[in-house]
Design a protein around this ligand. Structure first.
Ligand code: AMP
Length: 176
């Protein structure tokens, strides 16, 4: 499983000084690595009767859509504000400076549906926990989160406490 890590490229100081950006394009362009990542996520959630897979804009769409198909689930978009055309629910989350928000269509999830949330990377957990709150506000049963990469040193999983969290690659140190 750790093998997937070698397909990830770290770009120092992108998009700003001090950030080690995890570039997943080097994994996506290798069909076996991309397929393996989605297969591992699907294997983890296969027995959970997932009905909706929520992908977080934008790299969460890349993994969320094929995962939804593998699970026989519908795919739902969690998008940046003002992108979705119909009635939405919005959830804000804190950034280092200020706040950001994501939105989902109010009819994207039916009450009681079994739902997972997918993104490429778990950093501080702000984005994923906001998506999880949206799912719960819409009446969905939040059964877990799937990430390709987790930056352990930012302790994002603390914000998702009490939920099943699958991360295929866990990065222990800031410069890796
Ligand atoms: P957070 O809300 O802090 O968990 O940030 C997660 C979101 O920001 C994900 O959608 C990631 O795509 C993106 N992100 C945060 N940090 C990084 C990083 N070091 N490399 C690549 N993407 C990142």
């Amino acid at each position: 499983m750790q093998e997937l890590e070698r397909y990830i490229r770290t770009i120092k100081d992108f998009p700003k000084p001090g950030i080690g950006f995890k570039d997943i394009t080097t994994l996506l362009k290798e069909p076996q690595a991309f397929a393996q990542a989605v297969d591992l996520m699907a294997a983890h959630f296969r027995e959970k009767q997932i009905q909706k897979a929520v992908g977080i804009e934008s790299r969460g769409f890349i993994f969320g859509a094929p995962l939804a198909l593998q699970l026989g689930a519908g795919f739902v978009l969690a998008r940046k504000p003002k992108k979705l055309p119909a009635a939405v629910l919005r959830e804000e989350y804190a950034l280092e400076y200020g706040t950001d928000a994501i939105e989902m269509h109010v009819d994207a999830i039916a009450k009681g549906e079994r739902v997972i949330v997918i993104d490429d990377l778990l950093a501080t957990g702000g984005t994923a926990s906001a998506a999880g709150r949206l799912v719960e506000k819409l009446g969905g049963q939040l059964l877990g989160f799937a990430f390709l990469i987790e930056l352990d040193f930012l302790h994002g999983r603390q914000k998702l406490a009490g939920h099943d969290i699958l991360s295929l690659i866990r990065v222990q140190e800031e410069i890796a």
